[in-house]
Design a protein around this ligand. Sequence first.
Ligand code: EPU
Length: 427
Amino acid sequence: MDKIIIQGGKPLYGTVSVSGAKNASLPLLAATLLVPGRHVLHNVPDLRDTRTMLKVLETLGARWERDGGTVHIDTRYLSRAEAPYELVKTMRASVLVLGPLISRTGYARVSLPGGCAIGARPINFHLRGFEQLGAMITLDQGYVEAAIKGRLQGNVVYFDTPSVTGTENILMASVSAEGTTVIKNAAREPEIGNLVDMLTSMGARIEGRGSDHLTVHGVQELRPAEATIIPDRIEAGTYLLAVAATGGEVTITDCRPAHLPALVEKLRSAGVHIEEQETTLTISCPAESVGPVQRLRSVDIRTMPYPGFPTDLQAQFMALMIQADGSSIIHETIFENRFMHVAELQRLGADIKIDGSSAIVRGRPPHELCGAQVMATDLRASACLVIAGLAASGTTEVSRIYHLERGYENMVAKMQALGADIRKIRE
Ligand code: EPU
């Protein structure tokens, strides 16, 4: 198994470019199943999760090839309508093939994803939504089967809580339903806007892009798409937080600062200087030997659906707050078990207490945080440990870094280019 070894305490300088968004690539890849044909997606990051989604498409009969960031997908012939357990258990977002498969073939069988390190993560909203559109849903030996006679029928679908992949699944199912579908309390994440744009270019008629109220007028025919994946806002945010934690000056290119409103605001409140342009962010924190010259102020965060503070940056934000001046309350409202990184941060000397869904972080001077052996438990927890290791003094060893490779393209090389002393080794 691979490990990451970090010698901490070095500020970061230079330029880093952001890859395409993992969480936009997955639904856009799934959407190619909607209509038989040759689709082209640009700016698709080469990650463990995008490879898994391509494997799922291949299992269903699609063919694909990659040319740099561009992936050509041929979905003219599907041979199967089943996403097997072996794939779904490695990536729950495989359930995104349900919507397009039901829409295209009237039948889909997808393994029910089990629990996950960050919470139970049920898919009941997806299934209820499909039922409201007229699908018959049955559970059989751990698999969800969805079947319809004829076409799906437009209806009102209401989410109790905005669900990102739930909204995407219902959107994909409803574009070719008969009549109009209204999705109420829809999630508003930018990745959904990316999917709406792709579906629109395929001929779908969708109103309300970017809002929590999406209206889909079903169409009889769709055409293959060419679409570009938006930049990964969570990757951009992770680099911002790494520089805030180590000090230095870095320009982050090929990103959309407009997609990070809450993080930029919180970092500014903490005392970080950030300049935003349309597709770049420049962050500067003058550095001394360990950590920024001036300690940042502690600030509180509360994770919320977009445009609130993203849960996918909560762990990385905590890695910054462990060395800020004062106390910070980090409230996680999306997932019930997303504090697995706390025990690992404590191994570096962090002072954190968990009280239900809140973590109370008492910042310590950076030189009091000292490298240690830690274990990554999920994707964003891994990024949190890398940031903490870069900022702490001494050596940090992060094991189980396969989690990191699910969602960050070349993170080690990108950090090295910024001057970090970080390397990957095989145990
Ligand atoms: N929920 C239900 N029932 C459902 C669906 C969701 O109770 O049927 C609950 C969840 O348990 C959670 C809340 O609703 O409490 C919101 O979950 P959501 O459905 O929005 O999460 P998701 O679609 O499964 C996506 C991202 C996650 C990200 C969350 C929240 C993808 C592929 N995944 O998951 O990304 O944390 O939205 O923003 O888009 C990551 O990239 O590390 C990651 C975990």
